[in-house]
Design a protein around this ligand. Structure first.
Ligand code: SF4
Length: 324
């Protein structure tokens, strides 16, 4: 893969909770990863694991507590609010719920044109041409542009959301569960549009999803998130064929068999996901982990190289760091 376009370094988003706001709820806890130009990087995890908060923290729609977000060599976290607004031309987001993310009182043309007006891009005529161009790229016609969002199906609304996200020619798009509100039959159409944008326009994607199958279909590389931390990162086939982290293995074991003759043993995890405001000590996965050792209760595993293309955060694969 080519040069890094986005580097997330030690990103944290903590919320103060509890009596006198003394406790930290660690929604995103020291997350680091690199996304290369033209790559589709998947982030997968159960709901509440912090993946959407992480996406919004990267864009500073939520202010991160700490860390760096390096886009093309520039740290977005250090920008003032005016500079950050300007940067959003280059890094856009597609939201999970196309119903909620479109202004119901605006015609589709205005919805897609709005970012161009906000960023003072082009004359009225240039904007008109650009809106028609991106509408076609996502499979909408000129006729669609004169309608209101409520006149469209869920899949078409997500096309409008994608058109609005690409109209400023961004280099990176964060797609936050972009197909999970859609019928399965529509999901692949929307995924194919994004795949075309990746292949034809070179747009880099961070694709956030709870659905391992969708991530496997769409992404080049996958990061697995648990309780605010990335616990494993690998190229998608490596992750599916050679997962190392017990949590990743459990998620994979829950997928349906790809062939009736495939032998598969399901790992059922004990208990529920703990609260991030009161996470377990040591490895936060230890109360549910089928491989937990005594040291897992006190030692925090680091995300380290299993091999050059595969990182894992588990004491089974590293020298331990004991925390008091
Ligand atoms: Fe399981 Fe221990 Fe590895 Fe955590 S560090 S995933 S508890 S084996």
């Amino acid at each position: 893969m080519s040069t890094p376009i986005l580097e997330i370094r030690n990103l944290k988003k903590y919320y103060k909770v509890g009596p006198n706001k003394k406790n930290d709820l660690k929604a995103v806890d020291d997350v680091s990863f690199t996304v290369h130009k033209g790559e589709i990087f998947g982030i997968v995890g159960e709901s509440g694991c912090g993946k959407s908060t992480m996406g919004k923290s990267i864009l500073r729609l939520i202010e991160p507590t700490e860390g760096e977000v390096i886009l093309n060599g520039e740290d977005l976290v250090k920008l003032d609010s005016a500079e950050m607004r300007e940067k959003r031309k280059d890094i856009q987001i597609i939201f999970q719920d196309p119903f909620a993310s479109l202004n119901p009182r605006m015609k589709v043309f205005k919805i897609i044109e709005e970012p161009l007006i906000n960023f003072k891009i082009g004359t009225k005529e240039e904007r008109r041409k650009r809106v028609i161009e991106v509408a076609k790229q996502v499979g909408l016609t000129e006729n669609h542009l004169q309608r209101f969002p409520h006149e469209f199906s869920g899949g078409q609304r997500q096309r409008i959301g994608i058109a609005r996200a690409i109209v400023t020619n961004p280099k990176v798009i964060i797609a936050d569960e972009p197909v999970s509100a859609l019928d399965v039959s529509i999901q692949s159409q929307v995924l194919n549009i994004m795949k075309d944008l990746n292949e034809n326009l070179g747009i880099t994607f961070i694709f956030i999803s709870h659905d391992l199958n969708v991530v496997h279909h769409f992404c080049d590389k996958i990061g697995v998130m648990y309780l605010g931390k990335l616990v494993e990162i690998a190229e998608k086939n490596e992750l599916f064929n050679n997962a190392k982290h017990p949590y990743t293995k459990a998620l994979l074991s829950a997928l349906p068999k790809s062939h009736p003759k495939e032998v598969k043993q399901r790992t059922v995890l004990k208990g529920d996901v703990p609260s991030p405001s009161n996470p377990p000590t040591g490895c936060t996965f230890h109360p549910r982990c089928p491989n937990a050792m005594e040291s897992c209760k006190t030692s925090v595993p680091k995300l380290s190289n299993y091999n050059t293309e595969h990182k894992v955060s588990c004491l089974l694969y590293e020298t331990v760091e004991v925390v008091k």
